[in-house]
Write a protein that binds this ligand. Structure first.
Ligand code: SF4
Length: 198
């Protein structure tokens, strides 16, 4: 698989997760709090270059990849996700500036579960905001995912991501992962252009 094919495989995986997550949200009647950007305001969001390949190809197609890569390299990839559009001074309110191309970590929060191997129960992967602002809904959904409510299992999606290219699934703070993805895409497109010219 070349880099573009890997990116397309990641998008296919995201499409499956999206369909499952939508179904879950409809049936659970619980989603993220509107306008909340709490998760995105954490600079340590752990992500891999592979899950941000679709974003990097999209930014390349829009002519923004080089500038953004230079910006991230200059700041040593510090700070909150470069795609995040904060709407409050404390950064807790905001939105994703490229929602359709967001990474896997951005997709599993509030929309998937992990298995607790001690209790053998599914646990909803969510944030402390939702737990504290909607405790009753959180408790109800936590019970239902172990009874009659289907929910995507995040570890299964991470395994499938690894199946695409394990070497690109090492975890980094989010901006480092985006920078790595941008560098890979810029190199890939550069050599592609060179091949065409020869
Ligand atoms: S890509 Fe979007 S959803 Fe993911 S951390 Fe960045 S701003 Fe948030």
């Amino acid at each position: 698989m070349n880099l573009l094919e890997k990116s397309q495989a990641v998008e296919t995986l995201f499409g499956e997760l999206e369909a499952q997550s939508k179904q879950f949200h409809v049936e659970a009647g619980m989603g993220c709090i509107s306008g909340c950007g709490f998760c995105c305001s954490n600079p340590e969001v752990p992500a891999s270059a592979l899950e941000f390949l679709p974003l990097a190809f999209d930014l390349y197609d829009k002519g923004q990849a080089e500038v953004l890569a230079e910006q991230l390299a200059a700041t040593q990839s510090k700070g909150v996700c470069v795609v995040y559009r904060a709407q409050s001074a404390d950064l807790s309110k905001g939105f994703c500036g490229n929602y359709t191309k967001r990474g896997l970590i951005c997709r599993v929060f509030g929309a998937s579960a992990r298995m607790n191997t001690k209790t053998n129960q599914k646990e909803l992967i969510t944030c402390k905001q939702l737990k504290s602002e909607r405790p009753a809904a959180f408790q109800a959904v936590s019970a239902r995912i172990n009874a009659d409510l289907d929910i995507p299992l995040a570890p299964a999606y991470y395994t499938r991501l690894k199946d695409i290219d394990e070497a690109l699934t090492a975890l980094h703070p989010v901006n480092e992962a985006i920078l790595l993805a941008l560098e890979l895409v810029l190199r890939y497109r550069f050599y592609e252009e060179e091949d065409k010219a020869n």
